[in-house]
Design a protein around this ligand. Sequence first.
Ligand code: FAD
Length: 478
Amino acid sequence: MATKMSLLAFVDQAQQLPETRVAVVRKQDYKEIYGNFDSHMAAVQASRCSQCGVPFCQIHCPLGNNIPDWLKLTAEGRLEEAYEVSSATNTFPEICGRICPQDRLCEGNCVIEKGFESVTIGSIEKYITETAFQMGWVKTPKPAHENGMSVGIIGAGPAGLSAAEALRRKGYAVHIYDRYDRVGGLLIYGIPEFKLEKHIVERRRALLEKAGILFHLNIEIGRQTTLEALRSQHSAVLIATGVYKAREMDIPGNALAGVTPALDYLTASNRVCLGDTVKEYESGALNARDKHVVVIGGGDTAMDCVRTAVRQGAKKVTCLYRRDRTNMPGSAREVKNAEDEGVEFLWLSAPKAFIGTQKIENILATKMRLTAPDRSGRQNVTALGNAEFTLKADMAIAALGYDADNVPTAFGAPELHVSPSGTLAVNAVSQMTSLPGVFAAGDIARGASLVVWAIKDGRDAAEGIHTWVKTQSIDQEV
Ligand SMILES: Cc1cc2nc3c(=O)[nH]c(=O)nc-3n(C[C@H](O)[C@H](O)[C@H](O)COP(=O)(O)OP(=O)(O)OC[C@H]3O[C@@H](n4cnc5c(N)ncnc54)[C@H](O)[C@@H]3O)c2cc1C
């Protein structure tokens, strides 16, 4: 029987997270590190919500999730309703519950955080959704009727999938094209298993397939077929191709063997976890076993790399970051997890050269110092004089972020406008690009961002597409 709690319990009930697997055990495998609440713990933790009049958690959620309401319903043991509320605004709450940087979004803005520590919103969201799956409350998103129109979506990442789900509900035939052999984009090939086990993504794929969404895998648009061909087949097209152009380090030695872009490394590791044979992993080129690994960068990708290297059996894993801990873009929770797993952080340190003959052997690095904030408010850095040092490295992984590939060129569509940073320019409300009937969503329109923003953009694009298609059919009638 479900526990029923009254609210505002944060005064007597301390914040408690689900059990976390201890570092010495969890670093032996790739399984998720957080457990799940039981119904009692979920109700107790949800009851800590103060139900504030202006819910900052909701305001700071890109999806505007009605968090106070589903916390209240969970505290009252009304879980099916809690799931209905939470899934009304979020296509993949079980994924956001696991990998949103809650410490920067909802939980970081919980008003009881000061002095009492925030409500554990992410873990409760995960609990509600896992319960919903177990209880059969998660339904296939089938439409009431087919509307006779079709939409082509390029990219099966979270932006493409959330748009597909919303469009299918409205009765469109939805075709998703992806160059990869699996559905999920970075949910499958970027984010490691210890943050998001792949069967969670597979479970959603199965539901979407059951709803009638058609996946065309191993098809690269721009290479095997054209954007124009898709435009002629479908009433509208959505580009949700993500951003994959890795930023490079323009320093001596960056072409040495053993200097690796982060996503190549993580994709290989994820493929191995999925049971694929990866040549570069077998040969050792993308395998950290017995190596001194240095990861350069301070974002979530860098944290994923250091923690993957630990699991692959690296001799030593070091993270080199040019700013300090406070100015790190990655989630504080992930830094703590990495530290617990034995990763060493060298703050205020940047590489100057990769050293070796054919293969990297060492990194020449320098200490940095923070300078005044720039116009964005972020502190800059500058190298300290006479503060160079050398670091042993058999493998250096560059995790410096991603830029958009040149979509107009790749797709042979110069009419597609891009922003100054190279992302596709879209209308802020409809997500339509400069090409009529062609929309864009997720990282390719926003720049490298978060899953929760990709979901929001996909949902917005579905609305934009629906409005546009309806307008077109009315115009044709008159
Ligand atoms: C290593 C890593 C870790 C991350 N960790 C987190 C995290 O913990 N939490 C979080 O919120 N966010 C995280 N992110 C960011 C998040 O994964 C992205 O913001 C999100 O996946 C973007 O979704 P998307 O649908 O726009 O693109 P993607 O997920 O990149 O999907 C794009 C899809 O388009 C396909 N595609 C590309 N070009 C073509 C083409 N020409 N033809 C056919 N298909 C094509 C790709 O194969 C891919 O499947 C992480 C990112 C990385 C790289």
